[in-house]
Design a protein. Structure first.
Length: 220
């Protein structure tokens, strides 16, 4: 049974991380902290049905809107500026398992960033007070620590995961009025922008949830 589970987890890891997944998210804040988010990602395509192999990152406008509006608390969020392009085998790394991928892009407007909880990756917590907004992003770890009770199979899975993840990362950008002050516990702060590159390897190397906190204050 353990062998079957180990093989399944290893297959899951390969599907998600072997040069097949990249995700970029940029939040654009206007004065008053309304704005829009721009999302771009590349995913492998199932050759049998033409759909994304990564379920939470669909490739059609209808499927994207269905995903972000699912559940009893549907927010009726609409996306705009949707685009899709395809990478065929001659555009993809030779050692890739997947012969076709889709590059998807779209934008989502918001009056309150908190309305995008469940739309953006991870968990989103927003607190706004006066001319200051505080955002917390939280990402779950996908693997437990190695200990004496860890089986040989689990250790092998961890080792293989390290190899597959390599330098893979999720890229986050926040653009805000240059007449603002920003503080962040991660990433690089520039004039009117914040950039954070979240290494996927952190989801297995470090236990517990990974948090990213930043605060933006409009000065005038």
């Amino acid at each position: 049974m353990r062998s079957i589970v180990s093989k399944f987890i290893l297959f899951f890891i390969v599907i998600f991380f072997q040069n097949c997944f990249d995700y970029e998210e940029t939040i654009f804040f206007k004065k008053g902290f309304s704005g829009y988010v721009e999302i771009n990602y590349t995913v492998p395509i199932n050759p049998k049905n033409g759909r994304s192999l990564i379920r939470f990152l669909p490739i059609s406008k209808e499927d994207i809107e269905a995903r972000i509006n699912k559940g009893i608390f549907s927010k009726n969020i609409q996306i705009r500026d949707f685009s899709i392009g395809y990478l065929d085998k001659w555009d993809i790394e030779q050692n890739s398992l997947f012969r076709r991928k889709a590059r998807v892009g779209y934008k989502v407007d918001f009056q309150e960033l908190s309305s995008l909880d469940g739309v953006l990756l991870g968990y989103l917590f927003v607190k706004k007070r006066g001319n200051t907004i505080t955002i917390k992003r939280e990402f779950k770890s996908v693997m437990k620590n190695v200990d004496q009770e860890t089986s040989t199979g689990e250790k092998r899975i961890r080792s293989e995961t390290h190899r597959l993840l390599g330098e893979s990362a999720i890229q986050f950008r926040v653009i805000y009025p240059p007449t603002s002050e920003c503080r962040s516990n991660r990433g690089e702060i520039g004039l009117g922008n914040l950039y954070y590159k979240f290494p996927l390897i952190d989801t297995i190397e470090k236990p517990g949830n990974k948090t990213w906190d930043y605060t933006i204050t409009t000065l005038y």
